[in-house]
Structure formats: C-alpha cells, structure tokens
Design a protein around this ligand. Sequence first.
Ligand code: PHE
Ligand code: NA
Length: 500
Amino acid sequence: MERSQWGTRAGFILAAVGSAVGLGNIWRFPYVAYENGGGAFFIPYLFALLTAGIPILILEFTIGHKFRGSAPLSFFRLGGKKMEWLGWWAVFVSFIISCYYAVIIAWAMRYTIFSFNQAWGADTQDFLFNDFLQLTVQPGQTGGIVWGVFIPLVLVWAIALGILLAGVKKGIELANRIFIPTLVVIFLIVVIRALTLDGAAMGLDAFFKPNFEAIMDPSVWVAAYGHIFFSLSVAFAIMITYASYLPKKSDITNNAFITGFANSAFELLAGIGVFAALGFMASQQGVAVADVASAGVGLAFVVFPQIINEFPGFNGFFGALFFLSLTLAGLTSLISITETYVAGISEKFGITRNKAVAFGGGLAALISILFATQGGLYFLDVADYFINQFGVAAVGLVEVVLVVWVFRKADLLRDHANSISDIRLGGWWKFCLGIITPIVLGYMMFGLLRTNILKQFDTETGNYEGYSNMFILGSGAAVAAAAIILGILASLGAWHKSQA
Ligand code: PHE
Ligand code: NA
C-alpha cells in the first residue's frame, strides 16, 4: 500500500500548527505567563522553547521523516522493541487525552450557541456547574448522561473521525487549510475588539508587568518547560506521525522553527486578547485584574461568559466568535492526537485507515461518554492533571535519554536532517537534547513525584483539589500508569507482515 503524503509544504505546516494551536494557547498560556513573572516570564519561556521545544520538534520531525511510520513503528525502526514501547506509551497518553479533550470541545461548541442570547444568565458559574454540567454527584461517581454535553460530543467525534476517514491529504490537510486561516481571522477580530474596550490597557499592564524576582524561582522554569511541551504537542507521538507523511524531499528544521514560532505568536496574541478582556471586566466591576484572572475551564466557561454579558454591544456575535475560536483550535488538535493511534493501529495490525478510525476512534468516542456524565468533570480534571504530569513530560524525558544516550542516534538523525534542510543542526542541538532537557525534565519529574507521593500521606495539605486518596489513585495515577503498561504490552506483539 502506498503511504499517504501531504499535498503541499504549506499543508503540512498548517496541520502541525493546527495541532500545536489548541485550547492551551487560549486558556492556558495567558495565565501561566501572568502567574509566573508576567513580562519576565518571556525569559524562561523563550529558553524552554529554544532549548527543548524546537529541538524536540526537530527530533520528532526527523524521526518521522526518516523512518516513515507512526510513532511506534518509527521508534521500532530506530531501536527495535526496546524503543517501540515508548511510541505506544505516547500513543496511549494521546488516546486518553483525546477522550476528554473532545468533551471540552463539545462544551465550547455548545457555548457558541449559548452565546447568541447569553443563555447562561447572570450567574455564569452556577449555570456551568449546575445547569449545564449537572455536577450533582460526588467525585468518583458517574451519574446519568448529560445530554447537553452528549449531543455536541457526538458532533465533535463525527467531524473529527469524518475528517480522518477522508485521509491525510483530502481530510487532515484540507481541514487544516480551512480551519486554521478561519481561526486566525476570527481570533484577530476578537482580540482587536478586546483591545478597544475600556480597561484593556489595565489588563495589558497586569499581563506584561515584569516580575524579575519570580524567575529566580526554579518552579517558574519548570512551568515554562511544562507549558512548552503541552503547547507544541511534542512527546505526544503526534509530530512523528505527521512528519511521516512528508515527501522525501522536505525541509525539516525550517518547518520546525516555523511551527514553533507560529504557535508562540498565537499564544502571545491570546495573552493580549485575554488580558485586555480581563482588564475590561475588572474595570467594569471596579476590582483588580488579579481578582478576575484565571485559567482553564473557569476562564473560558465562567469568566468569559461574564465578559460577554457586559460587552458594550453585539454580545452574541463576539461571544460566538470567541467560543468558535476555542472549537476550531480544539478540533485541529483533536484530529492530530487521534491520528496517532489511527496510524499506530493500522500499521501494527495491517488494517486499512478506515478500520483503524472505526476501531480506535470509535473506542475513544465511546470512552469519552464517561466525561459527559454528571460526574464527568471530576474525572476529566483528575485525568488531565495526572496525564499531563506523568504522561507528556515523562515521555519527553525518556525519549531524549533513549535517543541520545542509550541508542546514541543523535548524530545519525542530525545528518539526516542536515541532508535535506536549509538550517543546519550544529552541536547546540545535541547539547540541548542530551544535556539541558534531561536535567530540567529530570528535576521536574523528581519534584512532581515527590509532591504527589507526599500529598497521599499529608492530611494537612490534602490531595489535589481535595480529592480522596482512592479517587486520586484510581482515576488519576492508575490512568497515567495504564498508559505506560499498555504501551509495553502493545510493543510485545509482532508487526503485521506488511511492515516487516
Ligand atoms: N498543543 C495543544 C494546545 O496547546 C495541546 C494538545 C496537545 C492538544 C496534543 C491535543 C494534543 O492546546
Ligand atoms: Na499550543
């Protein structure tokens, strides 16, 4: 079977940018930057981008391009079974993330419609948790299906899987060619409008005000590294898979720099837009920006609806544009993350793309219903917390250590990249991958393990979000552990003879 390929270079870059630009850019970056030194955060951020983000992106692009397979197959071709498991681990991490990421996109889709008449009313928090999510059970219980989430969720999966069924060029590439430019235009309209609101300057002041003391704190550097991994979609198996569809003659390093900087530009834009809007809201309510600044679900689904309520005109229109931005940014990331297991399954078992989409995507869609139940938010919250800490960053750490130190493939990969790229990789690349990244990620993993284990025994500080030990272990730690165990198990089986 002929391997699928991107139709154009721009198509590949748009798809990679589509994966990178996601919910994280809009609801995560602005707050992470604000909390970790404001304007001064750009120093650790740029450092993490240039020493880990882009070097790993180059690494993953090179591996995918050279070995022309999904992450497990590419790693298998790089280092045999002793390397294959890592690919599956990343694939299972991606699988788990896709199950709840789809649900958040479904919320955004529903909120796009709610925007038109501000269906959330005055108490947006009460609306989100009680009316919309119907969070009426205890953490760990599921309760019934919440139809207001379930219906858009079906739509999200229908769109994502429909695009994946259409293939790499006619599906993924085409979708990104439409979604990404649309997203940029819509988001620019929202940001420009936000900048012209009363109080915008106050919000920007709060966002950019540099706190240079903060960056003396190692935790700020850890936050920068953690964010860069999540934001660039590296160590998720995604970028390897996408690069495996590049034609033989393709620039690697240039594409990686373009992808990395495009993602950062979008984050910066989001930071400006979000804080301009927060400044507006703070000035309306006569409070400080610090009192309204937040991230994640709270920012997007509680604070933004309030901002939209107070908007000086065309509320429904701007509200819908904001939630449509979230939906589009999320969809292109969901497509990329689902493609990791579609590609992995189809190669391992020698089945067609359509069957792999049906099995893999179908299973993920089915599991995602758990997050569309009355207790779904708790599961989502705890799975996200654990999988991000002990999935992505851990995969990244193991990846660089295995490639550079255990299998010693850095030179081979560098030569491959240099043979086709404009920008040549020098010693700095290997130094970043082999020394800087492992030190920072190693320090980070050690700290994370320590705090999370200590929390289990410390009755005073309590667990993450005050959840019970049982719930943390059963739904968080177990899920993160399942990804690595399933990864090892999947690597035990043989490849279908078509891949021999
Ligand atoms: N890069 C995405 C973001 O910034 C996060 C993501 C990674 C989503 C991988 C899906 C898959 O939101
Ligand atoms: Na991102």
